[in-house]
Design a protein around this ligand. Structure first.
Ligand SMILES: [Zn+2]
Ligand SMILES: [Zn+2]
Ligand SMILES: [Zn+2]
Length: 359
């Protein structure tokens, strides 16, 4: 991979074609700056931390704790500073070009682990499986609690570079009355693909990652322009899940994890699924952590939205977890153009991640 020629091309996201990425790997063209790695808080216990064991009175009472018996390993509480809340039920407003939808919603914090600074790859697989079970249970409860909720977003910010305001490892879950734009774009485009091809585009992408190979030659010189090897974008493969480096990755070290068989809704996932997902995620995070020297990242679950007019998406949408490590600061070029710039070719990044030797 080392002797590959620099890449400079705009790659179209196959699922959301309006979202494109400039892959520009030549050092001289790098238009953005690396994020200075902020040290991760690795302490096990912090006396003043509201999420640490012994400080439970500093948070609202627990909505749920896991496991069912004994000291808590995962604890779920109301967010004290909700971005959306259920305290107000204002009518929607429509004043000229200023339209608002009532900010109704639910915002909860999932304290992922009782050890303050535990990183995902340091957690046991059985703990991670428990965490996915907690995500599923809360998601189910929120959807059934109010019919106005159209989307329940589960996400995790880890490390200061990823916007985590409390260092103690935690995830968040927000139930909202609208479907977020980027989820909606995936839903609409995957449905259009299904109408045309009678196949789920995510299933097609998994197939391609596992089977496709090709060599493209330059017409004039006869030199190899690009080689695509089987499995070139695969980072981890479990029995039920696969971790893939997207061909049009927005972030240098972005990785997506998908179920190998077709499922639109995370709510369909079982304890067996969670066990394999735990293994694939833990190994993927260990690879990212080894390469990045302490990964700071956001991850989020994209699952099929609920509510009216969403029933037709079960065959075309395919739930997945997107992991987006933060290693660079977005530039004015990116913010102004909406074009993501990726300075490491996804094929090379995939090779680097796969080369990490795990214990
Ligand atoms: Zn803590
Ligand atoms: Zn599928
Ligand atoms: Zn997605």
């Amino acid at each position: 991979m080392k002797n590959e020629k620099p890449v400079r091309e705009i790659r179209i996201n196959p699922i959301v074609p309006t979202e494109s990425v400039l892959v520009a790997t030549a050092r001289s063209m790098r238009p953005k700056k690396a994020e200075a790695p902020a040290p991760r808080d690795t302490r096990r216990h912090v006396d003043t931390c509201p999420f640490c064991v012994g400080n439970e009175s500093m948070t609202p009472p627990a909505i749920a704790t896991y496991p069912a018996q004994g000291p808590w390993e995962i604890r779920i509480v109301e967010n004290l500073y909700p971005v959306l809340g259920d305290d107000r039920e204002n009518p929607n407003l429509n004043l000229g070009l200023q339209q608002t939808i009532d900010g109704y919603g639910r915002h909860e914090v999932i304290i992922d682990h009782n050890s303050h600074g535990a990183a995902v790859h340091e957690m046991t697989e059985s703990h991670l499986a428990l965490l996915f079970g907690a995500y599923r249970a809360r998601m189910e409860q929120l959807y059934s609690s109010n019919r106005r909720l159209r989307y329940v977003l589960v996400f995790k910010n880890f490390g200061p570079a990823a916007g985590a305001s409390i260092a103690h490892t935690h995830s968040q879950i927000i139930g909202m009355p609208v479907v977020p734009d980027n989820v909606q774009a995936e839903v609409v485009n995957s449905r259009a693909y299904f109408t045309k091809n009678h196949r789920c585009i995510f299933c097609s992408l998994i197939d391609e990652a596992l089977t496709f190979e090709a060599t493209f030659y330059d017409r004039e010189s006869g030199e190899i322009r690009r080689r695509i090897d089987v499995g070139q974008f695969v980072i981890e493969r479990g029995e039920r899940f696969i971790a893939i480096k997207p061909f049009a990755s927005r972030y240098e070290w972005e990785v997506h994890i998908l179920p190998l068989t077709h499922h639109a809704d995370f709510l369909e996932s079982t304890a067996e699924d969670h066990a394999d997902l735990a293994r694939v995620l833990r190994r993927t995070m260990a690879r990212l952590d080894a390469v990045l020297g302490g990964a700071q990242y956001n991850y989020f679950l994209h699952s099929v939205p609920h509510g009216e007019d969403s029933s037709g998406n079960a065959a075309s949408f395919h739930w997945h977890l997107e992991i987006c490590p933060r290693t660079t600061i977005p530039s004015g070029f990116e913010l102004g153009s909406g074009l993501f710039v990726n300075t490491i070719s996804p094929e090379e990044a995939a090779g680097t991640l796969r080369a990490v030797v795990l214990e």
